[in-house]
Structure formats: C-alpha cells, structure tokens
Design a protein around this ligand. Structure first.
Ligand code: PEP
Length: 259
C-alpha cells in the first residue's frame, strides 16, 4: 500500500544523556561501517527520556534518525508538576511523541480520554503522534481483544479529522507481549492490525485508513521482525528492550526491511 516502514525505539526510563548520545553514535558507526542505508529507507525514531532528549537530538543531527518523546501533556503550560508540554518538546527538536503506552495506562492512570487530549496537543504543536493500543492477557483470554481495541480507537481518536488521522502512527501492543519475551505470532498480530485498520476505516473512510501506519510492539527483536513486518497490515515496530543496544536495533531495522 506504499506505507513507509517505521521502527521506533522506546527507551522507557533507561539511558542518561551520555548513555543516550553514545547509543546514537554507535548506531551511526554501525550504519556507516556496513554501508547500510536502512535509516533512509525506513523511518527510524528513538524515544529517550526527557532529560536525554537534548543530547540525542545533538547526536542525531545530520542523520536520518528522528527523535521522539514518551509523553506530552494536553495543556500549553501551567501547574502540572512533572508533566511536559508540546511547546517544550517541539522546541527541543522532538518530532514524534508516544501517547498512551500501556505502562502509562497501567501505572499512571492514562485513559482513552487523556490519550485523546494528549493526542490533540501533539497535533496542535505539529508533533507526530504514536498512539498505543492493546489488550491485556485476561481480555484476550475472554475473547475481548477486538472489543477492547475498538473502544481504545473510538475514544482515543474522537474528534480527529481524517487528514490528521492519516499522519498518526498507531502502535498495536498486546500488553501480554510487552517485555515478556512472548511475541504475538505474525497471524495473531496481523488479525489485530487488520481489525484496527477496519475500525479506522469505519471512522475515517478506507482511503485514510490505508494511509495510517500501524506498528507492532511486544518483544519484537531482530529474530522475529522480518516475519512480523512482512504481514500486510504491519508497518513497522515499537521496540522496547531490543532498542537499547545499537547492534541489535540496527539488525532489527535491517530484518524489518527484509535485508
Ligand atoms: C514497548 O515498551 O513498547 C515494548 C514493545 O517493549 P518490548 O519490546 O521490550 O516488549
């Protein structure tokens, strides 16, 4: 469908400024040494913690590597201790922002309504959102996966225009696969991705839904990236653990491209 593959590394609460810059430097060297042009062929994004962003933006300058944040607040500024605004991210050189990661939903009370508010702030500041959805193990076992995904999509993307939706990245992350080493099979992942695209088509029309990039996330690594990204509706990955080592991340990018 001509959708460009997007591989994003979610560093979570790992890597201080020096460590983050070193990881990007190592990634640059691996790409240069191997003559690999993968970072130009796919969108490669790294999402460090807030205090590491400046160092990573500096290290990534002049390369195709893009920088993302892991959260954004819906207000422009004000009394929101511990939060970060769209303006702060934009002026720090951030291009992407992860919204509604399952760890935010699980540990910090994120809901579809707050996801929606954060999404609107990201769009207001010209940031490219990566919006995470996904079911818990108990929900999958109760055959509620599709219903859960539909609710998250309907709530998370309420009030968004079709034009905005076409530029939003959705990350399907089954919660039972995150950080557990249990990857969804390509068939299970593809079925969920197809459902998500169908739900987007119902909300925004087929033309828009076909433009939306849907990443898979949940223990993706170099060993399984190829078969996952080969699926019709899987357009890349949101990567946790495997994004923390430059060699593995670079190998994963190559596999996702089928090289
Ligand atoms: C994530 O945190 O988004 C994730 C997919 O983590 P992991 O790759 O470690 O499962």
């Amino acid at each position: 469908m001509g959708r460009k593959v997007i591989i994003a590394g979610n560093w979570k609460m790992n890597k201080n400024a020096a460590e983050g810059a070193a990881l990007v430097e190592e990634l640059k060297h691996i790409c240069a040494d191997s003559g690999c042009s993968c970072c130009g062929e796919v969108d490669v994004v790294v999402c460090p913690p807030f205090t590491t962003i400046a160092a990573v933006v500096e290290a990534a300058k002049g390369t195709p590597i893009k920088v993302g944040a892991q959260n954004i607040h819906w207000a422009d500024n004000g009394a929101f201790t511990g939060e970060i605004s769209g303006d702060m991210l934009k002026t720090s050189g951030v291009e992407y922002v992860i919204i509604g990661h399952s760890e935010r939903r699980q540990y910090f009370g994120e809901t579809d309504a707050t996801v929606n508010a954060r999404l609107k702030a990201a769009l207001k500041y010209g940031l490219k959102p990566i919006v995470c959805v996904g079911e818990l193990l108990a929900e999958r076992e109760a055959n509620r996966t599709e219903a859960v995904l539909s609710t998250q999509i309907r709530g998370g993307f309420a009030g968004i225009t079709g034009e905005e939706m076409a530029g939003i990245v959705v990350a399907y992350e089954p919660v039972w696969a995150i950080g557990t080493g249990k990857t969804a099979t390509p068939e299970i992942a593809e079925a969920a991705h197809a459902h998500i695209r169908g739900e987007l088509a119902a909300m925004f029309g087929t033309e828009v839904a076909e433009k939306v990039r849907i990443q898979y996330g949940g223990s993706m690594k170099s060993a399984n990236a190829r078969e996952l990204v080969a699926q019709k509706d899987i357009d890349g990955g949101l990567i946790g653990g495997a994004a923390l080592k430059a060699g593995e991340f670079a190998a994963l990018i190559r596999e996702a491209l089928g090289k």
